[in-house]
Design a protein around this ligand. Sequence first.
Ligand code: UD1
Ligand code: UDP
Length: 361
Amino acid sequence: MKICIILGTRPEIIKMSPIIRECERKGLDYFILHTGQHYSYNMDKVFFEQLELPEAKYNLDVGSGSHGEQTGKILMGIEKVLQKEKPSIVLIEGDTNTVLAGALAATKLHIKVGHVEAGLRSYDRDMPEEINRILADHCSDYLFAPTEKSKEILLHEGVKKEKIFVTGNTVVDAVYQNLKISEEKVNPLNEMGLEKKQYFLTTAHRQENVDDKKRFEGILNGLQLVANEFNMPVIYPIHPRARKMMNKFGLNTNSLQFMEPVDYLSFLQLEANAKLVLTDSGGVQEETCVLKVPCVTLRDNTERPETLEAGSNMLAGTNPDTILNVTKEMIGRNNNWENPFGDGKAGERIVEILNEYFNQR
Ligand code: UD1
Ligand code: UDP
């Protein structure tokens, strides 16, 4: 069995890391194909360094562009590598343009596709991620669903049950593998002069939020209301897309503490010790649930409804008053919820399933 692990963005590097480690541990024949969708040091290399991941064998260096341009370039680049390497299976993770192109390139060459984090749905087809995840799921031969709920979604869409494996989400593996290391290695609270549970943490980068002036402005005003109401700093490591759009729209607010995106170990510490996290990130909704930190999601829907049911997360959209009110409500909640995303062994399970299947042939 030869595995090709495709990744291209920050969350894919983090969520593939447990699978890469497992391949290393088992001495499997695998290689990493990086599309270069993310390329800034603090969106890419820093995670390879910190998570001690081997360098990618290939980097397509596609960079940024419109959806069609970026997806097309990735598709062309991946096809060439797959034709040369002829892997038995391609693994993709999540819902980015890298994932869609990876799934299409492999399936058209009749190479098996394994989709990690399959079966998530926001039911909002205006989101580029929703289209990517639906298409990737329906190209895949192995669908690694994080929860029973995601399995049910796939079954309802007609995916054969033999193809679906409930494994948990590798985000839990990554948190469990790195939280202690982060406590030992980094101390962002000290560096930033923050006290435990005396600050809010925020991230927002989604196209439907930051590319829309009214929605982005609503989020920034809502965060300002939260900072004023609780008289606590709001820390915002700002994604390059959000930074670019903030400048373009001429938005500004002086009560938030903006900074460059931070490394994973520091971000874990910032999350674990925050009073509450406000975000539109998928991974951050999951991590806060695992870390038992309340979360307010700055979106109208989520493809992670397990967090709403567990009680770790509430949707607030982008209206400033709603953001403040939902924040107050979440702060009043007990954080004794159960993590629905698994036991931190998703990576092991996924590799084991592949091993079993391919060793039978
Ligand atoms: C992508 C994913 C999104 C995911 C996010 C994770 C798609 C359609 N979207 O969004 O689902 O949540 O990654 O962070 O695949 N930029 C840099 N440096 C980088 C990368 C991007 O400066 O390393 C800037 C560029 O101005 C670029 C913009 O960010 O135009 C957007 O990058 P892009 O990869 O198109 O999408 P993301 O918003 O990062
Ligand atoms: N993250 C990070 N530094 C930051 C912000 C986020 O390391 O400054 C990590 C976070 O811990 C999570 C992942 O990036 O694992 C989430 O990525 P992102 O929000 O970019 O994408 P999404 O999950 O929304 O697709």
